[in-house]
Each structure stands twice: as C-alpha cells, then as structure tokens.
Design a protein around this ligand. Sequence first.
Ligand code: ACM
Length: 380
Amino acid sequence: LDVSRHMYSIEFIKKYIDAMAMLKMNKFHWHLTDDQGWRIEIKKYPKLNEISSFREETLVGHYNDQPHQFDGKIYGGFYSQDQIIDLIAYAKERMITDIPEIEMPGHSQAVIAAYPEMGCTGESVEVATKWGVFEEIYCVTEETFEFLENVLDEVMKLFPSKYIHIGGDEAPKIRWKNSQVCQALIKAKGLANEQELQSYFIKRIETYLNSKGREIIGWDEILEGGLAPNATVMSWRGTKGAIEAAKSKHDVVMTPTSHCYFDYYQSENEDEPLAIGGFLPLDKVYHFNPVPDNLTKEESKYILGAQGNLWTEYMPSENQVEYMAFPRMLALSEVVWSGTESRDYIDFVKRLEYFHERLDNLNINYANHLYDLNGKMISE
Ligand code: ACM
C-alpha cells in the first residue's frame, strides 16, 4: 500500500489489515516514502516531516490530460513513530508482518526538497505535485550514506521485520552522469557505468542492513549492474527479473504488472472511476501462475509468494482503495493458497457472491463486475 501519493488514517489501515488477515495474507508492504511525500516520522531529521511530508498541491485529473491542472491545496502528513509502533503490533496480533519501504536511490525528490545536499546539484526542488518518474535522486556520497543509515536505524527500531524494502526502482541516471563526484567514484571503484554505481549503492546499504541482522528486498532494477549478494527481488516488470534472480539462487516475490497491479482498471465500463491505466480484470488475477514456467522445481523454491500492489496516485480516498483492492485481493489470496490445478473460476465466482455479502457486512467497498455484460443492440 502506497501512502505517499495519498495517505490514509491509521484506523483505515487497521481495517485493511483485518481484511488481509481474513484472506490469510501475511505481509503488509508499506510504501512509506516517495517523490510526493515522506510519511514516516524520523526524529533525527525533522525537515523530513516539516518539508518532505507536504506538497504544495496535487495534479487534478489524469496525468495524460494536458495541460496539467492542480488543486491549489497543500496535501500531506506523516505517521508518528507511536502510531507506527501501534500499527505493527496490531498487524502482528493478526499474524501479519509489517515491512517498510524506504525508497532509494530514486523516488527521493521529497527528501531532496528538504535536504538539497542529498541531491547531486545541491539545488532546491519541490516535493513533487504530479505523478511520474523524477530525475532528482540521491547523490552517491558519504553524506547520503550517513543520512540513510541514520534513517534506517530509526526504521529498524520501529519495525522488527527481517526484511527492509529499499526500493531501487526507476532511478534515472542523468544526475549521476553529470556529477563530478559520481563520475570520480565510478573511476575510483573501477565501475563500468552508472548501472554499476547503482549496484554499488544498493550493496552498501545491504551490507549495512545485514550487519544489523536484516535483509533487503528491492524492485527488480536491483539486478541491473549486479545483484547484492543476499537480496530478495520483487519482480514487477514481468517475470524476467524473477527468473534471473531465482536462477542465481535469490529469493523472489512476484508482483508483475500483468497480474498484480491493483491500480489498473478492472472493468472497461465507461463510468469506471479514474485509474492510472492498464486492464486487470478479476479473472486474470485468478488465473495468475506465480511460479514462472521456465523454472525448474529446485529454482521454484525461491519464489516466496506474490503481492498485490496498490499504487495510489488515483486513489484519493479510503473508499477508492477498497474499491481497487476488492475483490481482486480475494482472487490473489486463492492464487497463493492453492495450486493451479485446483483453481476453477466458475466455482470462485459462485463463492464470491457470498463473499460480497461478507464485505457488505464489514462495510468494505468493492467493485462488482461479476455481471458485466458485453452486448450490442442491433436494430433491423
Ligand atoms: C514500481 O511500480 N515502480 C515498482
């Protein structure tokens, strides 16, 4: 659950965790930082919460609608350390481990807005007010590592989970290409290019976290330039990353856009609420095979499970998060708790009718496209 693009009350997140527990989901991946807002209280760096946690305004409508328009309203906030401790305990009582994600080296513009010295140009930038991939990423300096280690120290004090997600996705290299410091480091370390510099970055962070008894998870871009020795890979750009990681004996979590991006449209109805794009109907989730075909039995053991992603650019309300999560989360739960041979969509749909009643009773909003008809009127 991405709480950077939009954030939700702790009360709502508890309701969401209750629903996860009901469906026997056992890991809550909490995407706490991104370009549009930093959502975790960090005591050592107060500007993360005074500046990085708030954006001036937010894009209105879809990113593809030009010209861009904004709502003119400050948006933001963050979860206090006390709230986070409380939520982790609440999840634990329900057998759910809360795994934090602290993005690096990309998706860091909100941090650079507060601490320009963490970027390569030293120039001030704003907390992002629209969606997308931004060029402002952490510069590869000792100052950056010291900052991130201090942040991660506070994160580890709060989160007892074995895994810490360090992001690693979508980090454009233009700032590093133009940075004398980064270019000098590439030379000094004998690295081939900026991809290998990213690998150096992630490995440094991995070494630090491993020294504290933790392990990293990163998006599949962490394969580029060489995978950190003990990393778990979260495969999102299809299954290529998963296959490469499993073949090199690394654990994998499956979350390919094709089957696991619950921010995609689930219906082609014209009155469907605005979403980022894509098309991921319920039956497609249900037919997901989380173990890629080209893995041997031995390699398949590295597939730990699968995850549904709620990226929340187009989910300004708690109601909309539920609408996008349900009932697709139910389908994904069955995917990971049953073998492909035992899955029967018609049977699932019959059971889903009863499950809708349960969701009604729990006051959970959901999309109901079970009876969508594709028809044509023909007049003769
Ligand atoms: C991602 O969707 N950028 C992991």
